[in-house]
Write a protein that binds this ligand. Structure first.
Ligand code: 26Q
Length: 835
């Protein structure tokens, strides 16, 4: 029995949570799986085989709930959100599923009785790394929260054969290694060939005029079969299991002699290749648009399949497609899925014979768009030639959307004094200058446009999307990002999770603001001691990981100062390492100076073709080499670059951090979500007033963070006036000059290696601007903030107090809150409670 309810507090009792975990049954199931899957006994099975056997045993439990949930959705027919995303950075599933089934400790015990260590079993699972960074991980956190809150949801994406590359560091350089995550099979996925769809590319469009209207049809196309694979998304303790549906591609026709005979040989091979290429690999660009044809194919491939399925599913229950939006909403995760707009229009008009106006009414009530960046180089602008050749029918529809939108602009502004209509059209058109602008289409065709942190949304409204905000103010809203505490505290930091529960109860697991009750312990000496002790143990755990993976020994008593995130110039890893170089100079010049030992920890993947990003990795490793091997500083500074930063090692890293580096150039980081994961684990933020840092400081108080640098207004002001002159700083600040000279005088490598980085900071040559990310401008302020970090850390009780207050103040940053706001203000879904 299922019922739809709008109450927000209902706690679901489910068949599963009611059932006591049957340990003996589970053990038998594991042994049985090892036998039937591999014809082995437990003793004979490899670690990977044991992981598979355990996972299948867990999956058996999940499948029951999965069927119950889908049956309830079928029966109650609630409105659903389809979260459309090119990326889902799920990480590992086994541990998370056990946590959300509330079976983690029981399974751990059961496995121990079989002589198995759950940690070792979990470590056999490859990350599902179907994403780059923030945007992809946000999608994964959202799925966790949707299921936990009991909202009907689908994640729709691509089943990339190769996910985010594995990073190896060789001779200090990043080397990209293919991530063949499916080699051993994915025990949690389910292939659903019965829901396969056909997706058409290329060809041309024919028009037939009949009964006073035009009928369009795509001819001479190539097609690809889209096959969905479903992955279960387990809600925490509520029996709900939602679905992440990722699409694989197969050739439509088998390669056959038959087609060879008909002279279709060429076409058959081409379709094979198209299918093979399309889902081959995730583009490893973060915040950077590359304009590759295959990328657009990927986008249309998964969107066409997902939209077709959403419509088909709706029509299995309803007869009036004009009311589609009452049961379905599409959330577009950035502009990457924006072809959903013309694809839905196409299906409604060409397959269900709606008029343009009817189809537009449905589409604009169905689609909503989230913006994740204001970086100009990330904006998707497709050349018309490419777009129209690949998607001829879709392009016609985009042209018509654009034509009508321009009429709207003219109607609105034609007689408005002081407004240059041509100027408006130039800035706002969807098709302009030979390009299709995806963000413009998403805004024009959506009922909601949201930014991902307060500051970011304000910048969108006042700067980047100002004209659109002026035209459609009611569409704009903010949804500050969040993270799931179930993965990033309950699973990632079991010691702290237990400590929190011991002090304030376990409500925080599904109601994070309850963690605020920890505040009364901030000044409690015993609590402070316990907290610091847990942090120490987590630092030991990370130190062990670093020794095993990097061969570097670090002292868990030193300050763990951590910057882990994608490598990007705007995130300013370069500022961090330049400061390390400066500190090292200080220590060498004043060996007797007071200095609290510090371990600088970096983790970052660079896009494969991003020269300065890759060079920054090499610089960090070169600096590490010199400093870590200089006996004269007595190990007071250690620099570590953690290879292959990913969701799984992130859990270990966050738990062990003292200092969270969030040092992006103000205005550039839309939100950040790593900042929240550090806070949840009791690290203090060292950061600029950028993205969600602003809101973090608002929650925890400026006295419990270290804030430095230009404000976003100051940065934007400089930018609007042609930048600033870093030469002045270089000439007047000896410390900075010395550090910069060390980039090109052979201190860390031969003289030419790091010159591009030096040039990026100082270049006075005409072609490129210098220090566009204000690194030198913010350097002094950063160094002062770092000094304050050291001072603060020396006062252990004071530090513990601030750290506890950080944990206690992170309630706002749960993705449960974010999702509830999406539901209340954008999607308007009802909860489903299983009975
Ligand atoms: C676009 C076109 C072609 C190829 C790749 C791309 C592409 C891929 C990934 C463009 C952007 C991305 C990723 C963007 C991203 O992760 N943005 C981050 O989103 C987070 C979640 O909202 C924010 O917290 C971060 O501030 C933001 O940088």
């Amino acid at each position: 029995m299922a019922s739809v309810t709008t109450t927000s507090t209902a706690t679901a009792k489910t068949s599963l949570t009611n059932l006591k975990f049957d340990k003996e049954l589970f053990k038998r199931s594991v042994l049985y799986n090892v036998k039937t899957l591999y014809r082995k006994t437990l003793e004979e099975a490899s670690a990977q085989q044991i992981f598979q056997a355990v996972s299948y045993a867990i999956k058996d439990q999940i499948v029951e709930n999965w069927m119950e949930t889908q049956k309830a959705y079928e029966k109650e027919d609630p409105k659903m959100v389809y979260y459309m995303s090119m990326e889902f950075l799920m990480g590992r599933a086994l541990g998370n599923n056990m946590i959300n089934l509330q079976a983690y400790d029981d399974v751990k015990d059961a496995l121990e009785e079989l002589g198995l260590d759950l940690n070792v079993v979990e470590d056999q699972e490859p990350d599902a790394a179907l994403g780059n960074g923030g945007l992809g991980r946000l999608a994964a956190c959202f799925l966790d929260s949707l299921a936990t809150l009991g909202y009907p949801a689908y994640g729709c994406g691509i089943r990339y054969r190769y996910g985010m590359f594995k990073q190896e560091i060789r001779d200090g350089y990043q080397v990209e290694v293919p991530d063949n995550w499916l080699v051993d099979g994915n025990p949690f996925e389910l292939r659903r060939p019965e829901y396969a769809k056909t997706v058409k590319f290329g060809g041309y469009v024919t028009v037939r005029h009949e009964n006073g209207r035009n009928f369009f049809s795509q001819e001479g196309y190539q097609s690809v079969k889209a096959i969905p694979f479903d992955m279960p998304i387990v809600g925490y303790g509520n029996g709900i299991v939602n679905t992440l549906r990722i699409w694989d591609a197969e050739a439509v026709e088998c390669f056959s002699l038959d087609s060879f005979d008909k002279g279709d040989y060429q076409k058959a091979v081409e379709q094979q290749n198209l299918a093979r290429n399309i889902v081959e690999v995730l583009y490893p660009n973060d915040n950077h648009y590359a304009g590759k044809e295959l990328r657009l194919k990927q986008q249309y491939f998964f969107i066409s399949a997902s939209v077709q399925e959403a419509v088909a599913k709706y029509m299995r229950k309803h007869d009036d497609i004009r009311k589609f939006h009452e049961k379905v909403t599409f959330q577009l995760n950035d502009t990457h899925p924006t072809v959903a707009v013309p694809e839905l229009m196409r299906i409604l008009m060409d397959e269900y014979y709606l008029t343009w106006d009817e189809a537009w009414d449905v589409t604009t009530k169905t689609c909503a768009y989230t913006n994740h960046t204001i970086m100009a180089e990330a904006l998707e602008k497709w050349p018309i030639e490419l777009f129209s050749r690949l998607l001829p029918r879709i392009y016609q529809i985009v042209e018509e959307i654009n034509r009508r939108f321009i009429l709207d602009i003219q109607e609105k502004y034609n007689n408005v004094p002081g407004v240059n209509v041509q100027d408006k059209i130039r800035k706002m058109a969807i098709i302009y200058d030979g390009q299709v602008k995806m963000a413009h289409m998403a805004i024009v065709a959506g009922y909601s446009v949201n930014g991902v942190a307060q500051l970011h949304t304000e910048i969108l409204k006042k700067q980047e999307l100002r004209d659109f905000y002026e035209m459609f103010p009611e569409r704009f809203n903010n949804k500050t990002n969040g993270i799931t505490q179930r993965r990033f505290l309950l699973h990632g930091n079991p010691l702290l999770a237990k400590w929190v529960t011991d002090h304030v109860g376990s409500e925080w697991i599904t109601d994070l603001p309850q963690i605020g009750r920890l505040k009364i312990y901030a000044d409690d000496a015993k609590a402070q001691q316990e907290f610091m002790n847990i942090k120490y143990q987590n630092k030991v755990r990370l130190a062990k990981y670093i020794l095993e993976h990097n061969g570097v020994e670090v002292d868990p008593r030193s300050i763990f100062d951590v910057q882990v995130k994608r490598l990007h110039e705007y995130k300013r890893q370069l500022l961090n390492i330049l400061h390390v170089m400066y500190l090292y100079n200080e220590l060498k010049e004043h060996p007797e100076m007071e200095f609290y030992p510090r371990t600088f920890i970096f983790g970052a993947k660079a896009a494969a073709g991003y020269r300065n990003a890759k060079l920054t990795i090499k610089l960090i490793n070169s600096v590490a080499d010199v400093i870590n091997n200089d006996p004269s500083i007595n190990g007071k500074i250690k620099v570590v670059f953690i290879e292959n930063y990913n969701v799984s090692n992130a859990e270990i890293i966050f738990a062990a951090a003292d200092v969270s580096e969030q040092i992006s150039t103000a205005s550039k980081e839309a939100s950040g979500t790593g900042n929240m994961k550090f806070m949840l684990n009791g690290a203090l933020t060292l950061g600029t007033m950028d993205g969600a840092n602003v809101e973090i400081v608002e929650e925890v108080g400026e006295e419990n963070a270290f804030i430095f640098g230009l404000s976003s207004d100051e940065v934007i002001n400089y930018e609007n006036h042609g930048g600033y002159n870093p030469m002045e700083i270089f000439n007047n600040d000896q410390d900075i000059r010395k550090v910069l000279m060390q980039l090109i005088n052979g201190t860390y490598s031969h003289t030419e290696l790091f010159r591009p980085l030096y040039n990026s900071l100082l270049n006075t040559q005409s072609t490129s601007k210098a220090d566009t990310y204000f690194i030198l401008k913010d350097f002094k302020s950063y160094a002062e903030a770092q000094k304050k970090v050291e001072q603060a850390y020396k006062n252990e009780a004071g530090w513990a107090r601030s750290a506890i207050l950080n944990v206690a103040s992170c309630g706002k940053f749960t993705s449960d809150r974010t999702i509830q706001q999406y539901v209340d203000e954008i999607w308007h879904l009802d909860k489903v409670v299983l009975k």
